[in-house]
Design a protein around this ligand. Structure first.
Ligand code: S3P
Length: 170
């Protein structure tokens, strides 16, 4: 039987990676984090890629990896928060995937990412600046049928909710 992919999208710090790992174990699917794939392919960290090659280079590799993953079956994919910046990525992911948007309040997002200097687009940014980036992205995120607010939920709880949705809709 052909298995669909489950694709987690959403702003940085909404819990895509942690939730995705738990979800993949629950469903018996493989787990792929696009940032980790990009790092493996480039032999450099996300930060280094942004600093040395620039964002567009990062986005090109990201789009290539998304295309390849969209040809696979039965994987949980945690996407980098900026995957929505290119429509082709979403079109590719939709071909064989249920896309689930994870959301969270800016306070929760900021608490989760503030001390993490591995995210070049929010490194050293104030909460207001992060909020502005969330607002810029909002329209791109608000196109998905399934969304879950992770503000007060544990990754396990979110993974259970998604697993339930998958049972009903796939
Ligand atoms: C980005 C999100 C990051 C990573 C890169 C750019 C973004 O992934 O892909 O730093 O543009 O939102 P996470 O959402 O997993 O932190």
């Amino acid at each position: 039987m052909k298995k669909h992919n489950i694709v987690l999208v959403g702003f940085m710090g909404t819990g895509k990676t942690t939730t995705g790992k738990i979800l993949s174990q629950k469903l018996g699917y493989d787990f792929v984090d696009t940032d980790v794939e990009i790092e493996k392919r480039c032999g450099r960290s996300v930060e280094q890629i942004f600093d040395l090659m620039g964002e567009e280079y990062f986005r090109d590799i990201e789009s290539k990896i998304i295309f390849e993953l969209s040809e696979c079956n039965g994987i949980v994919i945690a996407c980098g928060g900026g995957v929505v910046k290119r429509e082709e990525n979403i079109n590719n992911l939709k071909k064989n995937g249920l896309i689930v948007l994870l959301k969270a309040h800016v306070d929760a997002i900021y608490d989760r990412i503030a001390c993490d200097d591995k995210r070049p687009l929010v490194r050293g940014k104030s909460k207001d600046e992060v909020y502005n980036l969330i607002l810029e992205r909002e329209q791109m995120y608000n196109v998905f049928d399934v969304s879950i607010d992770t503000t007060d939920k544990s990754p396990l709880n979110v993974a259970r909710t998604i697993a339930d949705i998958c049972m009903k809709s796939l």
